[in-house]
Design a protein around this ligand. Structure first.
Ligand SMILES: [Zn+2]
Length: 264
C-alpha cells in the first residue's frame, strides 16, 4: 500500500508544484462553492492539468481536508479517486490515438446518471482534442445545459482543435509553463543528464517534447555541434558556414527538431 500512498501524495504535490496559482484558485472555488459546471483546461503535456483536476475531485470528496484547504490525499475517498475507483469521478483518457465512440457513450451514460454516493459527480476527460466533431457535439449538450451536481473538466494540449462552441460554453483555463526548477527536477527524475537539463529546458517546457529531444542523445549531438559552431564564429572561421551545413542541418531530421535547431 505504501506505493499507492506515495502516488496519492504526489498528485497533490504535482498540482501545487507545477501550478501553484491555479491549484490554490480551484481550492478556493471549491471551499466557497463557486465551482463552475464546465472547464476547458488547456496547456501542454506535463503541465499538471490532470493533477489539478484530480485535486479538485479529491477536494470535493475528501473526508479530512487539510487546514490549508487541500485534500488530505490519504483518506478512503482520496484513495479511491487516485486509484480510478470512485463511482462518482469519471476519468477518460484517449484509447490509443483518440477517444473512441464507446468511451463517448460511457461518458454520456455516466452523465445521465445521478451521483452514486456523494452529492457530486466529476468528469475528467483527457485529450479532448481527439474527439470527433460529432462526438464533441454530443458532449456539447451536457455542457450547454448545466446539470446540478456535475462538473466536467475537458483537458487539451491543443485548444485550437476544440470546437468554438465548446470553448464558448466552458470556462477556459490556460495552464502556464511549469516553473523552471520544477521542470528541471522532472527531467532529473527522467534520468536526463545534468549537463543537458539547461539546454533542454531552454528549448521546451513539455516533458514529452523533452524526452523526444534527449532520445538517441540528439541533444548531446546538438550541444556538440553548437559548441563547434560558436567556437568557429568567435574565431570568424569561414568553416562556421560549413558546420551549419554538415553539423546542424543534418540534425533537423523532422519538423519539430528543425524548429529546435532554429531556436538554438
Ligand atoms: Zn482525503
Amino acid at each position: 500500500m505504501t506505493v499507492e500512498v506515495d502516488s496519492q501524495l504526489n498528485t497533490v504535490q504535482e498540482a501545487t508544484q507545477k501550478q501553484p496559482v491555479l491549484a490554490a484558485h480551484f481550492m478556493r472555488l471549491v471551499a466557497t462553492q463557486r465551482l463552475s459546471h464546465a472547464y476547458l483546461l488547456a496547456g501542454q503535456t506535463g503541465c499538471g492539468k490532470r493533477a489539478v483536476a484530480q485535486m479538485v475531485a479529491m477536494r470535493l470528496f475528501c473526508e479530512h481536508p487539510t487546514e490549508t484547504g487541500e485534500p488530505c490525499g490519504t483518506c478512503a475517498e482520496c484513495h479511491r479517486i487516485l486509484s480510478g475507483d470512485h463511482p462518482d469521478v469519471v476519468m477518460v483518457q484517449p484509447d490509443g490515438q483518440r477517444i473512441k465512440v464507446d468511451q463517448v457513450r460511457y461518458i454520456k451514460d455516466e452523465f445521465a446518471k445521478s451521483p452514486v454516493e456523494g452529492a457530486m459527480k466529476v468528469f475528467i476527460i483527457e485529450g479532448t482534442e481527439t474527439l470527433t466533431t460529432s462526438a464533441a457535439n454530443g458532449l456539447l449538450k451536457f455542457i450547454e445545459e448545466p446539470v446540478d451536481n456535475r462538473v466536467i473538466f475537458l483537458l487539451t494540449t491543443n485548444k485550437s482543435l476544440i470546437l468554438p462552441t465548446i470553448q464558448s460554453r466552458a470556462q477556459v483555463v490556460e495552464f502556464s509553463a511549469i516553473p523552471t526548477p520544477v521542470f528541471a527536477q522532472t527531467l532529473r527524475q527522467q534520468q536526463v543528464s545534468e549537463n543537458q537539463i539547461g539546454l533542454v529546458s531552454a528549448l521546451t517546457n513539455s516533458e514529452t517534447d523533452a524526452m523526444a529531444l534527449v532520445a538517441d542523445n540528439w541533444v548531446g549531438d546538438l550541444q556538440h555541434e553548437l559548441a563547434r559552431w560558436y567556437g568557429q564564429l568567435a574565431k570568424q572561421d569561414p568553416m562556421a558556414f560549413v558546420t551549419v551545413q554538415t553539423g546542424l542541418v543534418p540534425l533537423a531530421t523532422d519538423r519539430n527538431r528543425q524548429s529546435v535547431v532554429l531556436d538554438a
